[in-house]
Design a binder for this molecule. Structure first.
Ligand code: BJ8
Length: 427
């Protein structure tokens, strides 16, 4: 990395030595997982570049935006409405939560049996290795699972600019009203931060930009129904991960470009896996960069992942915000309506998610479903049992996995997954 970037990281207060070690590990992990795949679509070069520049050029772009008077907002959850952030000419970035870092230090603040995703957010902050958390003008936490909401009480003492959004846990009229109240409060907070008054025209523009990004992802998802698969699940997951931090318009164009290429591949029956390879749907907790362990094990065991029922995947992107109405009130209602459909496991009861997993398994012609929960994630671990029951009653084989970000269980996971793939492949 250039001297320019090193001084940028220094100015942000990063620990350069720790940061070098993180980048080296990330680079090596990326090479091992992504560069060993064969016949990748050419359009993946763009996403490879974005990942290689995740702490470089992209951070510089954000700092340039800040220098021009725009604001950067960091978030940990798909309930934070990007439409509102864009409407104020600000940029929303997903904060790093996909790798262990500074674990010893983290466990001085959080119990050991906290999920890896929450620990990771703390590790990047405490280890001083995340340029996004350091450059954000506002960090949004949300009251979702117990782990996250209690951890924000502590995170608020470590970062000066934490804003906590309350969220409903039931899909009732009262739940919807709470979401609406909180989105209006968030809109005011974003206006105060940016000094931009959000009017209907700005909201419409914000909705359009974010919807276009989601539509491009829908196009990609549809192309994954092909057999042979034109793109690996790993590469498709990577695109879904980049969704959270790339420039939205550039991202949309890049996804559409790779979709053109995939359409041409499908027309020629060209695939990255042989026709008839076992097809797996992944369902469960979100997988943030660089959490690629499980998909890598699955795809190096001969199966192709054809979809992700996850917030880094279809749960996060499947619904569009209908740009209905001409007033700020109408458009805010549309944003509430859209996000109220997100079927995160923090909701109780949560029948929509179970129905969606089943629907996706059918749509993507999955031979089996692998349900992935992070250890200590009560909402998804609890929900994995009714998900499995429902799928098994529909004769869809299901494997429940609980894991973390470490590599210690990789051998054991490989054995279980290979057996599962063999079973679904022989059906
Ligand atoms: S809308 S899934 S992004 S909350 S893995 S921290 S649930 S203990 S991430 Fe999520 Fe928003 Fe829901 Fe999606 Fe808690 Fe589980 Fe950890 Fe989790």
């Amino acid at each position: 990395m250039s001297e320019e970037y090193r001084s940028m990281w220094k100015d942000l207060g990063l620990d350069l030595e720790a940061h070098d070690a993180l980048l080296a590990a990330l680079g090596q992990g990326y090479k091992d997982v992504f560069m060993t795949q064969e016949n990748r679509p050419k359009g993946m070069e763009y996403f490879d570049f974005v990942v290689s520049q995740v702490h470089g050029l992209r951070v510089k772009e954000l700092l340039d935006e800040k220098a021009a008077g725009r604001k950067v907002i960091g978030s940990f959850c798909v309930f934070v409405p990007e439409e509102i952030v864009r409407a104020a000419d600000a940029t929303l970035v997903g904060l790093c939560t996909g790798a262990d870092f500074a674990t010893e230090e983290v466990e001085k603040y959080l119990p050991r049996n906290t999920c890896a995703l929450i620990k990771s957010a703390f590790g990047f902050k405490l280890g001083k290795v995340c340029p996004y958390i350091e450059s954000a003008d506002m960090i949004v936490g949300e009251n979702t699972c117990d782990g996250k909401k209690k951890s924000y009480e502590t995170l608020g003492k470590l970062v000066p600019n934490l804003y906590v959004m309350d969220l409903p846990q039931v899909k009732t009229a009262g739940g919807r009203e709470l979401l609406r109240t909180e989105y209006l409060r968030f809109k005011t907070a974003v206006e105060d931060l940016t000094g931009v008054k959000i009017d209907a025209a700005r909201l419409k523009k914000g909705i359009e930009i974010v919807n276009n990004k989601r539509k491009a992802i829908h196009r990609l998802a549809k192309l994954r129904k092909a057999d042979p698969a034109a793109i690996s699940g790993l590469d498709a997951l990577l695109i879904n991960q980049v969704f959270f931090y790339d420039d939205p318009v550039r991202f949309t164009n890049s996804v559409n470009r790779i979709c053109d290429e995939l359409e041409a591949r499908i027309a020629k029956s060209e695939g990255v896996f042989p026709k008839g390879a076992p097809r797996v749907l992944l369902s469960g907790c979100p997988m943030a960069v660089p959490n690629w362990k499980l998909p890598w094990i699955i795809e190096t065991s001969g199966a192709v992942i054809v979809g992700e029922e996850s917030c880094v995947g279809e749960r996060g992107t499947r619904n569009l915000t209908e740009p209905k109405g001409e007033t700020v009130d109408d458009l805010m209602d549309a944003i509430v309506e859209r996000h109220f459909k997100v079927d995160c496991a923090i909701f109780t009861p949560n029948p929509d998610r179970i129905a969606h997993v089943k629907e996706m398994a059918g749509d993507y012609k999955a031979d089996g479903v692998i349900h992935y929960s992070l250890q200590f994630c009560q909402p998804y671990i609890m929900e994995s049992i009714p998900v499995e029951k429902e799928l098994e009653s529909a004769r869809i084989p299901t494997l429940r996995i609980e894991t973390d970000y470490g590599s210690e269980d990789a051998g054991q996971l490989k054995t279980r997954i290979q057996a599962f793939i063999e079973m679904i492949g022989s059906k």
